[in-house]
Design a protein around this ligand. Structure first.
Ligand code: BGC
Length: 478
């Protein structure tokens, strides 16, 4: 069965060869440098004020809150040491009205959800003093301390008003205080930072935490001195032993915004349509080609184009196909995972609601092709991001020191459920870094990074707070 020539016409936008992959990696590395040198760049390169990764011995019980994936999650995390943990959690739906209404209403809802969790699930955390909460807030934030940061922009379909430019920890704390809920938000953490910490806690020190889910982003650990925009004074203070002392810092890249300027990414007419019709046009360009919120939509645009060209379903569409975000990335995953054409036909009938008479073998091949190219490009681009961090941090095995390889913790629906994701990431890594470079990289799922990572960050923040308390009291005694 041969595919129509139109498929060949669009393939260069989706099947990325070595030169293109390497050009994208170069662009990544340039944008890493730009974001580290100056504030206000597309790639925000946010210092997280987390100064190391855990070693698995950490203990304590903390509340964690996770906003930015499909649901709002409230968790109680018990870090048991020995790389082990227990987690109790409850999910809360965040409606479109909440996502797009006034921020204060969204934060009231979040505070109410925490209250509901504490009442329904209870808490084993002692009642002495306020409960410490780690807040995983997975949007671009310019962080100024481990417990403070201003929202730069919303992503992933959120657009709540009067939040951009505001400190999100304050917005949350104010909501707790208004409602007399005895909880203190002591740490603010991005889900990628959480994933890096969680992977390290469970599996030994990792270099990268990456999310390939509703959105995409990555964090890595590097020397503080690379964050030039902090200024010499702050870098030296951090290295000497300032408030958040240490030679290292976890950096949240916000790589979803890579190439917003559109110099290098292979942007097709289908991607332009997704971008133009999104609530954040010209933003998060990389994310719109990689993450779960958009892959279904890119494939829908392809299918519509083939229908309108008279090559698919006899030129007939369906209400699902005609609806903006009519289906999601799960459709792509199902088609990719189907064992034969008969199964793909069933999926087309059920999920797209196309009439059976219009579904020929060629139509099935076109749908299979569309899902394959969208998924393959997402995986290749994911590999570019990982390879760029490995090269940027000098972890490509070229250093004189003993080569320990590189570990990457991943989380998110695309990493977990898109068939062949890891195999395709590896195929692209091999093209970019060569066989030996690819082999040095271990990739592993670090599920629940947002919960465990938030708890680990809350622990780091609490330790720093206790240290400061002790310093203050020793000063008083002197
Ligand atoms: C956000 C990131 C987040 C990523 C994954 C992106 O849209 O900007 O902060 O880490 O989604 O959740």
């Amino acid at each position: 069965m041969s595919l129509p020539d139109l498929c060949k016409h669009y393939e260069p936008y989706f099947i990325l060869h070595e030169d293109k992959l390497k050009a994208i990696v170069r662009r990544f590395r340039d944008e890493f440098e730009e974001g580290l040198a100056e504030y206000g760049q597309d790639m925000a390169m946010v210092p997280s004020f987390v100064t190391g990764v855990p070693d698995g011995t950490e203990e304590g019980t903390f509340l964690a809150l996770d906003l930015g994936g499909t649901n709002l999650r409230v968790c109680e995390v018990r870090l048991l040491g020995q790389h082990r943990f227990e987690i109790k959690q409850q999910k809360y739906k965040v409606s479109d009205e909440l996502k797009k209404g006034q921020a204060v209403i969204l934060f009231d809802y979040i505070a109410d959800s925490v209250d509901n969790f504490l009442t329904e699930i209870g808490s084993e955390i002692g009642t002495e003093g306020p409960l410490h909460l780690g807040f995983t807030f997975s949007f671009p934030v310019e962080q100024t301390a481990i417990n403070a940061g201003k929202l730069l922009t919303w992503t992933k379909g959120f657009a709540a008003q009067n939040a951009i430019g505001h400190d999100v920890v304050k917005l949350l704390q104010d909501a707790f205080d208004r409602k007399h809920i005895h909880v203190q938000c002591s740490a603010l953490v991005n889900d990628t930072v959480g994933t890096l910490l969680s992977r390290s806690y469970q599996n030994g020190p990792a270099l990268i935490g990456a999310i390939f889910g509703t959105g995409t982003n990555g964090a890595f650990i590097d020397e503080v001195k690379t964050v030039k925009k902090l200024g010499q004074e702050k870098i030296q203070e951090a290295e000497r032993g300032g408030e958040h002392a240490g030679k290292y810092m976890v950096l949240n890249t916000e790589w979803g915004a890579m190439d917003n300027k559109r110099t290098t990414l292979p942007i097709s007419i289908f991607d332009n349509k997704v971008d133009r019709e999104s609530i954040n046009p010209r933003k998060q360009m990389f994310e719109k080609m990689v993450s779960g919120m958009y892959l279904g939509e890119v494939s829908r645009n392809i299918l519509l184009h083939f229908i309108d060209s008279g090559l698919l379903f006899d030129g007939f569409s369906s209400p699902v196909l005609n609806t903006h975000y009519g289906y999601d990335t799960a459709f792509v995953s199902k088609v990719e995972g189907a064992k034969d054409n008969a199964e793909i036909k069933r999926i087309i009938l059920q999920d797209l609601g196309v009439e059976a008479d219009h579904v020929t073998e060629t139509c099935i091949e076109i749908v299979r092709w569309a899902c394959r190219v969208v998924a393959t490009r997402a995986s290749s681009l994911a590999a570019c991001a990982v390879a760029a961090v490995v090269l940027h941090t000098g972890n490509d095995g070229s250093r004189a020191e003993p080569d320990r390889g590189v570990d990457v913790g991943m989380d998110g629906s695309v990493a977990e459920f898109l068939p062949n994701f890891e195999t395709r990431v590896r195929d692209a890594l091999r093209l970019i870094l060569g066989e030996s470079g690819e082999k040095r990289i271990s990739l592993g799922l670090a599920k629940d990074g947002s919960g465990i990572g938030a708890a680990l960050t809350a622990l780091q923040a609490k330790k720093a707070m206790d240290r400061r308390g002790n310093e203050k009291s020793s000063v008083t005694h002197v």
